[in-house]
Design a protein around this ligand. Structure first.
Ligand SMILES: Cc1cc2nc3c(=O)[nH]c(=O)nc-3n(C[C@H](O)[C@H](O)[C@H](O)COP(=O)(O)O)c2cc1C
Length: 207
């Protein structure tokens, strides 16, 4: 599907068919997340794919009981780690860019020595914020890739991350960012309204 068409078609779907989702399609969606850009190529995302309905229901309970979180055949639990934002993790990510010609060893040292370019220099809370930012891009990519696969999603960000962490027995270095149920749509809602372009876009001068 053409990208603009996928962007226009995507909308949050909260009712899904029971039809199982092909694993190849889920892989395509995850590959889209993999290709997302990230701060210094840190890629702090981790994705846990759940198809077990009982487990899904437990996770949904920790999402304020939102039924859509457990309503699709597949639930992608989108997690992040600040390990990839630490000096070591960020350094490795930057060095991975050298063979592609997008970084030099000299630049790596400049980046890691800068309060602006290196989140680790501002502490754990800042690294978590930055990791969360990168997650948003990956999840957005997945929502569009799902449309491309004829599938639908509903981004679920209203969650209690610590409870989901416990339900899924996740390691300490991982935090839950959001949930993405994926399945075939069982509703065809109207496009949701957006602010007019002239209210959000300014050319040359803010007015
Ligand atoms: C970061 C984020 C968190 C969201 N959290 C929830 C959520 O917890 N539950 C839900 O039903 N929808 C959630 N949504 C979906 C929004 O409500 C939806 O995108 C918005 O109303 C616009 O509708 P559309 O996606 O159909 O265009 C979330 C969307 C984003 C981007």
């Amino acid at each position: 599907m053409e990208l603009t068409a996928a962007i226009q078609k995507r909308c949050s779907i909260r009712r899904f068919k029971d039809t199982p989702v092909e694993k190849e399609k889920i892989t395509k969606i995850l590959e889209a997340a993999q290709r997302a850009p990230s701060w210094g190529n840190t890629q702090p995302w981790r994705f846990l794919v759940i198809t077990d309905k009982a487990k899904m229901a437990e996770v949904a309970q920790a999402a304020g009981g939102q039924p859509q979180a457990a309503g699709a055949p597949v639930l992608i639990v989108c997690c992040a780690t600040i390990d990839d934002m630490t000096k070591k993790g960020h350094g490795e990510a930057l060095r991975s860019l050298i063979p592609a010609g997008a970084m030099t060893e000299e630049l790596v040292n400049i980046v890691l020595g800068s309060d602006i370019f290196a989140p680790y220099r501002r502490g754990d809370a800042y690294m978590a914020i930055k990791a969360g930012e990168q997650m948003m891009i990956a999840v957005a990519y997945m929502t569009l890739a799902a449309v491309d696969q004829g599938l639908a999603t509903c981004w679920v960000g209203a969650i209690t991350p610590k409870e989901i962490h416990k339900v899924l027995n996740l390691p300490d270095n991982i935090f839950v960012h959001s949930l993405l149920p994926v399945g075939y749509a069982d509703e065809d809602p109207k496009p949701r309204p957006r602010k007019d372009l002239n209210k959000i876009v300014f050319w040359e001068k803010y007015s």
